[in-house]
Design a protein around this ligand. Sequence first.
Ligand code: ATP
Length: 575
Amino acid sequence: MGCVLGKIAIGKSRRSRQNSNNQNASDGVGGVPEVEAKITPPVAAARADRRNTGESVSEYYSFRTSGNSFTTNQQGWPSWLVAVAGDAIKDWTPRRANTFEKLDKIGQGTYSNVYKARDLITGKIVALKKVRFDTLEPESVKFMAREILVLKKLNHPNVIKLEGLVTSRMSSSLYLVFEYMEHDLAGLAAVQKVKFTESQVKCYMKQLLSGLEHCHNNGVLHRDVKGSNLLIDNDGILKIADFGLAAFYDPEHKQPMTSRVVTLWYRPPELLLGATHYGVGVDLWSAGCILAELLAGKPIMPGRTEVEQLHKIFKLCGSPSEEYWKKFKLPNATLFKPQQPYKRCIADIFKDFPTSSYPLIDTLLAIDPDERGTATAALNSEFFTTEPYPCESSSLPKYPPSKEMDVKLRDEAARRQRDLHGKAHAGDGTRKVRISERVSRAIPAPEANAELQPNLDRWRVMTQANAKSKSEKFPPPHQDGAVGYPLDASHNGPASFSVADASFNSSSFDPKSRSMRSTITTAGTSRQRRSKKEEPHMAPSRKLIHAFLPSSVRLSIDMRLRGRASVSETFSHHR
Ligand SMILES: Nc1ncnc2c1ncn2[C@@H]1O[C@H](COP(=O)(O)OP(=O)(O)OP(=O)(O)O)[C@@H](O)[C@H]1O
């Protein structure tokens, strides 16, 4: 009970992930035989989730009571799938894997591999999303079931359409069939030559908000809005994709939901503070981050840890008011409440953005989620009703295929080139440049959606038990150069602010090259240079805390305590 036997090779599947462009061997598409493996359904995951919030657990009880999950029903659906998504699939019949020809691997997410494929019956090019079933990732089934249930409910030009499901007779693999999209917004924005005009930004944002409006009106929260989940076709149509973290919600009867959602850079403060009752505001915050990112030409708050993310938010958007803390009573409030307030400085930092964008950014990036309004209100804002108007999607330029994955692969190739080149020039001063480049390369949005709650809980226990560890609290604004005042008020160039806090990157945005430049003003602050040998010198209390923390949090604390780097960050409207 609670275990599905299937036929994929765990060893082989791991290998094939490394060899990402030649995936035909182990997946049951492409006609290559599969070998046996064991697949665990998400009972463990459901239990873990139930411990944390109780969210979505009931829909997985059926797994445990469904008897032999390996059988199929009359239409040929595996019974475990009928148990989780029966209603959603009842008017479909499963397609067979051998009716598709897999062409290329085009994406990889936390729970899936995505392939470009040809439908051998219609000749159409499609995207096949294969959820990775293996014993290491039992949550995969849960995310896939959720995605099917949600997508079957939605029907909008700006929401990706689920066209069918493919099962493999030989294995319990399941593929989701989607219309094929050539680009994603993260990949497009990272292409050096692509510079979005104001009306193009408006065009993309209008589509994003229209898609979100449809989701929200249908009681669906996406909970992972970010550039790589916004797919764009060659006609400039944007579609919200990846509903693996989506949830149904009813604003009239709010149920507790997990706060462990949304990719870090796009995660709103209430989730970082542990909120379990939330609504459309979480997606609107992410949309606000994307709007500002499109105008700035780079992510606006690229935190590396939850602590750093919250600090970046407070520095830009101001820290929450006393009323906020009283109103929301958030679980992590005592841990993260700054001792002195941070002033909101969005107007200063984004002063070079188009004037009509400011009120919308200000609304979407409100600290209080209730003040973010709705997607409908955002669509009616002056950003969309003043000139230049959003362009027609059909008038958007045609770009070469560009996905976040292509950018990652290109970056990786460039890095290997630089390393080779660097070896040849060792000792001639090149090293300094290479370190600075490495730190400055745009950090990919963290793959994991949240650090482990247990770590955070342990950390809370530790920090509360030891007064010294309170040093992790944010520095008071007068000691924090990052409060948001422009470095030089008379400065004609882009708005800027300096960050004395050592837990932040030393980076500046070069509007011409759209690249991040870093300047480490003192040595020893990059992750690469940190050495384990340093740890024995730590005070005992710090060592104890270190033992319980995820490495990313440790790094942030260490850098903060060391206080060795200085930073100047610049945002600018890049045209
Ligand atoms: N319909 C599609 N057409 C083309 N490419 C797609 C399509 N769907 C997904 N992709 C590509 O595959 C990548 C991963 O897909 P997706 O985000 O749905 O997977 P995931 O496992 O849920 O990922 P994540 O870890 O981001 O949550 C996307 O970023 C995109 O580049």
